[in-house]
Design a protein around this ligand. Sequence first.
Ligand SMILES: Cc1cc2nc3c(=O)[nH]c(=O)nc-3n(C[C@H](O)[C@H](O)[C@H](O)COP(=O)(O)OP(=O)(O)OC[C@H]3O[C@@H](n4cnc5c(N)ncnc54)[C@H](O)[C@@H]3O)c2cc1C
Length: 401
Amino acid sequence: MIDLDTFRQQAREWTLSMVPEFGREARRGLTDEEDLALGRRYMAKKYEAGFAGVHMPEEFGGRGLTGLHKLAFDQEEMPHGFPSGYFGISLGMPIPIIMKFCEDKAWVRERVVAALKGEEIWCQLFSEPSGGSDLAGLRMKAEEDGNGWKLNGQKLWTSHAHIADYGIIVARSDPTVPKHKGLTYFWVDMHAEGVTCKPFKLLDKEVVCNEVFFDDVKLTDGQRIGPVGGGFGVAMATLMIERYVAGDADGFGPTIPFFVDFAREVEVNGRPAIEDGRIRSAIARNFALRNGLNSIRDRAFLMMEAGMEPGPEGSLSKLISVRSRQKLSELAIDLKGSEGLAYDPEATSKEDWVASWLSVPTGRIAGGADEMLLNTIAERILGLPQDHRPDKGVPFNQIPA
Ligand SMILES: Cc1cc2nc3c(=O)[nH]c(=O)nc-3n(C[C@H](O)[C@H](O)[C@H](O)COP(=O)(O)OP(=O)(O)OC[C@H]3O[C@@H](n4cnc5c(N)ncnc54)[C@H](O)[C@@H]3O)c2cc1C
């Protein structure tokens, strides 16, 4: 297997060679459709170059390297602002889940390769108006009709649903048992009759999320993932992957070196801000926090490679990294004074403090709100008593709504 340093060097050279065609500057002024088309071309090039699916098994079209190789590639790729965000959820959660749970391996391979090349996109349809933090409280109905299943209900917040070809979904197949036990997990065709997506804009103007309506959408039993009534377990396996795969110690915002460069340029009391003790202390604190998270993540990848399950400490990652990003973004905006309020609609949250600050609140909700992560840390890491759960063991259809 190629050693990590050589691989990183190759990744660095390849990503740098892609900057003129696909980097941040090349994307300026593109419409959403043009940007997505550019993203698909970038993914195809990445696949050709052998940098797609770095740690996915070769039998499914991946490169068969380790999670640390994937991290090395991600670290080289991230600074350039390539249009790869459309494919993050798709390759992050749904694809690993179908690889793990779906039995028709030839079909899975086709999907994985198409997703790696950017030809197909998957979304994750978990949250609903009444089932976000409390995922097991969801109300989307899955009814067996002798010929398969029929889905009725609404999902909310689904990222990229309007450009997705497939989705993974959890629905209630039995309302007469306690809420965690009556759920079943499926994959769905997003182009099927009865599926309607309504995209909406976020505060930073990004159109990422959707309301998705299902009206009598028919599924075969072959679309079921895991046992009937076993959907909550598969959903937990998905969220476990999400906690690690979707993590970034910079909280998907500007890096510490980016802040250091900024603090050299901006002034406090007529001196470069970097010379101010309070600024230096903020840098040191956030540097330490983010490096701690990186160590936890690296350990988790090594554990997964050794066939072990990483622990609940993945919950720390998003909680700490997004708060750290929020604090540094606020500080940067304060340091810029009145200029700090200037808004560039084309800027991205990796390279612009205002864009970063505006998109932070959704980061503190998406993939598990702060309070839920605190609950996980309290109960599963610190061993504190469980949150009050009055609906525990009560059949779902007897819980007051
Ligand atoms: C940008 C973005 C993208 C998203 N993408 C997806 C996606 O692709 N797929 C998907 O399925 N979902 C997605 N989500 C949904 C996301 O997972 C949910 O928004 C999140 O889990 C919170 O659920 P909720 O919105 O229903 O809030 P609620 O669960 O209603 O929570 C409201 C508030 O109450 C607090 N709260 C709730 N329960 C407790 C408790 N027991 N103890 C203490 N506090 C509590 C919460 O922390 C929060 O502050 C996305 C959300 C965002 C913002």
